[in-house]
Design a protein around this ligand. Structure first.
Ligand code: SF4
Length: 302
């Protein structure tokens, strides 16, 4: 534990730990989760220090007793590699999404190395991986990912351009850095994709902003562009409302409609689809574009 304390102290004051964070070791009984859709998920950490305001990952707090605010804690599942090593012998090999409700490369991973161990166990066990991150620590694992490039896709996720990104995802690596990661990974021969998850309504979802972004990525050998829309799930409205009210009050009516009115949400999604396609044509982006549908709020928020 002393080592962990030293590690945390060393990172104190860095942008990644801004505002104070709590890191703890815990154990888990299972590693691979099997949600209703068709891939396993693997989350080596409970909680995520990137603290994205819009993140539906915060819904996982429903399973915790009296949790601290989202984004201020990270619980490392330190026995996960041992548990996983048993599971890969029992479960049929299928794609694994690494980091569905946490960033598996958030900065405590530098100390624990749980994600890296799990990657090796899964790849040697024949399980293909879909990795998604907002952290530059992923560079550490380019060696493993490129060695198994036929079994791996690596994506980074963006939501809104800087400087707004600092408000909405305060501790993630800067968007510029994430785009560099994609370019570097591609040079290693690792198949890459970009996930706009989610695009924030009124904050970079116009044709000009999208065209500018697409122009920057059009030369990358992208497997696809995955566009996700803001999720109106448990706690997300409650988390977004104060920031919207303080910094973007003019957007409140639009966001409210999207969260609480199914018809309006679908109309917004339709308009966004048109804008994305127009921006792709304008910028010369040629890759598969996957636009997911809206999940409309069940008034679970404020
Ligand atoms: S990086 Fe992903 S998992 Fe982490 S807080 Fe942001 S949205 Fe949630």
């Amino acid at each position: 534990m002393r080592q962990l304390e030293l590690f945390v102290a060393k990172n104190k004051g860095s942008p990644a730990s801004r505002g104070g964070v709590k890191i703890e070791e815990i154990t888990c009984r299972s590693a691979l989760q099997r949600p209703p859709w068709d891939e396993y998920t693997l989350n080596p950490y409970r909680g995520c220090l990137h603290a994205c305001v819009y993140g539906y990952c915060r819904m996982m707090q429903r399973f915790e007793d009296d949790p601290p605010p989202w984004g201020t804690y990270c619980h490392a599942r330190t026995n996960m590699p041992n548990v996983l090593a048993r599971e890969v012998k029992r479960y049929p090999p299928k794609q694994v999404m690494v980091g569905s409700v946490c960033d598996a490369w958030q900065w405590p991973e530098k100390y624990f190395g749980i994600t890296r161990e799990c990657l090796l166990i899964l790849l040697k066990g024949g399980f293909p991986l879909r990795c998604l991150t907002k952290s530059d620590l992923i560079r550490r694992d380019f060696d493993v990912l490129s060695q198994y490039r036929n079994m791996v896709t690596l994506g980074v996720s963006l939501s809104t351009p800087p400087p707004l990104s600092l408000l909405w995802e305060p501790r993630a690596s800067p968007p510029e850095e994430r785009l560099k990661i994609l370019a570097e990974a591609a040079q290693y021969g690792i198949p890459v994709y970009l996930s706009l998850s989610p695009l924030l309504p009124g904050l970079g979802d116009d044709v000009d902003s999208l065209s500018a972004l697409f122009a920057r990525i059009r030369r990358l050998p992208l497997q696809g562009l995955w566009v996700d829309l803001v999720h109106a799930r448990s706690g997300v409205w409650r988390a977004c409302y104060p920031l919207l009210a303080k910094r973007f009050p003019k957007l409140l009516p639009l966001w409210r409609k999207i969260f609480f009115d199914r018809g309006e949400a679908q109309r917004y999604a339709g308009k966004l689809r048109v804008r994305i396609l127009e921006a792709a044509v304008r910028s010369g982006l040629r890759c598969r574009i996957d636009l997911k549908g809206y999940e409309v709020a069940r008034r679970c928020g404020r």
